[in-house]
Design a protein around this ligand. Structure first.
Ligand code: AMP
Ligand code: TRP
Length: 330
């Protein structure tokens, strides 16, 4: 059986990178797979969070997923902390993950920065928790943005280590699915940095809650360079290539097609067209999200039902895993 698992952190606004790199693909996969989409609050607390803001962001991200087209009846949408098996399996996997594997993780190095000794143990173990998320459901496919590729390779290694330790093919090795024209959306202010929730400049990203005027303004102000023509040269002109990739992903076209379409127009024409396209695709999503956020009870009910469905699978698998490991059930 093919099962999809993916996660998103409730740490602020969902942005265009989350949408094009991940959530847009989550929506299309619902037709073919049994899908679990998780709001990963346990991952969020690997860096300090304000409790009220964490709760609010959990509801916001849930509303964003539904507004983007995730059908909470056919897909399981839930928050990670409420299914106890995630933390339970993470501990077991912690005990079979060599430190050397974790030392290679580039995201830890970026997030911990120079103050490495001050970083929490949880931030270091973050990728093991992510492996636990996926393996707890024996998921086979994991749609993510490019930045999660290394974590998924680790998840495959951990699954392999468990299977070898206990001499059985218990966990399937999860396949990363990195799909679309914009698997790594870059900041609108700096084409060498990825678009992220934590960038201090709001002009660096398009939030899924931005209204039409804000989207248009951010695209108009997006950094380009002094050359007049639209060309696709990711190495030399990263900001321009990023805008082309965003257009391509929103339009469902290839970056080459978009480039040839605008090769003879200037940036004001191209940016105007991109703003129109972004408003057309994201406008209804933002409106839906705002409407859903007026009904927190509805959002909580979606999560409650999701937790129940996810727990059903998770509890059964964790019981099997605990028996394999040798935990006595007296
Ligand atoms: P996060 O916001 O870090 O929880 O990421 C949730 C999902 O969005 C993951 O699958 C990420 O790979 C994806 N994602 C986050 N930022 C970007 C980006 N700038 N470009 C493409 N995908 C992204
Ligand atoms: N680490 C992922 C991110 O920040 C979120 C995540 C947590 C995830 N658990 C997961 C993604 C399991 C895919 C599968 O983007």
């Amino acid at each position: 059986m093919n099962r999809v698992f993916s996660g998103v952190q409730p740490t602020g606004n969902l942005h265009l990178g989350n949408y094009l790199g991940a959530i847009k693909n989550w929506v299309t996969m619902q037709a073919e797979y049994d899908c679990l989409y998780c709001i990963v609050d346990l991952h969020a607390i690997t860096v300090p969070q304000d409790p009220k803001a964490l709760q609010a962001a959990t509801r916001e991200v849930t509303a964003g997923l539904i507004a983007a087209g995730i059908d909470a009846k056919s897909s399981t949408v839930f928050n990670q902390s409420q299914v106890r098996g995630h933390a339970g399996l993470a501990w077991i996997l912690n005990c079979m993950t060599p430190l050397g594997w974790l030392n290679r993780m580039t995201q830890f190095k970026e997030k911990a920065g120079k103050a490495r000794d001050q970083a929490a143990l949880g931030l270091y173990a973050y990728p093991v928790l992510m492996a636990a998320d996926i393996l707890l459901y024996k998921a086979t496919h994991v749609p993510v943005g490019e930045d999660q590729k290394q974590h998924l390779e680790l998840a495959r290694d951990i699954a392999g280590a468990f299977n070898r330790n206990y001499g059985m093919e218990y966990f399937p090795l999860p396949e990363p699915m990195i799909l679309g024209a914009a698997t790594r959306v870059m900041s609108l202010r700096d084409g060498t940095k990825k678009m992220s929730k934590s960038d201090p400049s709001d002009y660096s990203r398009i939030n899924l809650t931005d209204d039409a005027a804000t989207i248009a303004l951010k695209i108009k102000k997006a950094k380009t360079d002094s050359e007049p023509n639209v060309t696709y040269e990711p190495e030399r002109r990263p900001e321009v290539a990023n805008l082309i990739d965003i257009y391509a992903a929103l339009a469902g076209q290839s970056s080459e097609t978009v480039t040839s379409l605008y090769a003879s127009s200037g940036f004001s024409t191209f940016k105007g067209a991109l703003a129109d396209l972004a408003v057309e695709k994201l406008g209804p999503l933002a409106a839906d999200m705002r409407r859903l956020l007026q009904h927190p009870d509805y959002i909580d009910e979606v999560l409650r039902a999701g937790v129940e469905r996810a727990s059903h699978i998770a509890d059964r698998n964790l019981r099997e895993i605990e028996a394999i490991v040798g935990f006595l059930k007296p």
